[in-house]
Design a protein around this ligand. Sequence first.
Ligand SMILES: C[S@@+](CC[C@H](N)C(=O)[O-])C[C@H]1O[C@@H](n2cnc3c(N)ncnc32)[C@H](O)[C@@H]1O
Length: 357
Amino acid sequence: MTDERIISKVIDENQVYGLLTGNCEDILAKIPDDSIDCVITSPPYWHMREYSITEEDCDSVIGTETTPEQYVMRLTRIFSQLRRVLKVDGSVWLNLGDKYHNKNLMGMPWRVALAMQEEGWVLRNDIIWHQMKGTQSAKDRLRDVHEHVFHFVKSKKYYYDTDSIRIKPSKLPIINDKETISATGVNGKKYRSQILTSKDLNEDERAQALKALDDTLEKIRIGELVDFRMTIRGAQRTYHSNNSKISGRAKELATKGFFILTSKAKGYLPSDVWNIVPEDEWRKDVHYAVFPTELLQVPIKATCPVGGIVLDPFMGTGSTLIAANQLNRRGLGIEISEEYMKIAKSRLETPQLCFSI
Ligand SMILES: C[S@@+](CC[C@H](N)C(=O)[O-])C[C@H]1O[C@@H](n2cnc3c(N)ncnc32)[C@H](O)[C@@H]1O
């Protein structure tokens, strides 16, 4: 089957995945404009040895460039193709690790990110993938345990399903006829007595503080909030800057006499540090760095609508497509190594891994 036919089966006929073998620099040109919802990828890092490539494919493989500048230029060219195929509200998630050269840390992820910004990409997040473990040969520096995952968008208004990635609170408030108790056991009685006895609040501030406390407890009772903390002028030590020019909370404390921090029942958004152990696998002489499924969840859920298409131009063993299918999205993968393509095919053919959309 031709590449064009494989691409059309996914884009036009809703086939759940399509696999394309070859150099993504050539194959991307065959994908129509504005057809992809989300790209998630991890190109080979600069000067990282690639074990699975035949001699004749060597120059086509990314990462073999002599200088960092050549590597950055080549990746930027590929990303301008990706920009063309991406829908206007689409996203790119780019995972990159760094490299030491002559003892010097090269800052490769940020070199690429800055070059992409120059090309017009909007950078929304730099996620630190904390890999929790790391081998170390050098004795004169610290262990490396992180890589970057950059989230880029094509335009400032982009698809982002915030609610799909919220972390739900682990405990819920207790509500009965007698009282309302927040998820961490706060019922407001201590704050009420601090407000009533405070010598640092005037009568108007006291009334405002009591009203705000009652409103917050009501929001917990009706399920809008799950938790809160209140800081009252003069009643507690504050843990933020006392300078109201630099701290919004200090300003509130100075002007209103109190402030309230709340946790919403809908949950909160994940942070930009992800603690995920990599799923490296070793098979005889072959080593491949597989994307952990956990790493793919947020990018797919937040930035590809259900039924949409996720593209990985450096697919490796197919993890991105597997996660996309599991989450009811379609997937297109490009991989230069026949060996990795074989592994990807067999992983994707495992029926329990894939659902139809
Ligand atoms: C870091 S690995 C990706 C691993 C992948 N995320 C996974 O979960 O298996 C990078 C992949 O890019 C492939 N590659 C290198 N140059 C390429 C090119 N020009 N076109 C397509 N694939 C390429 C390599 O063979 C390798 O499998």
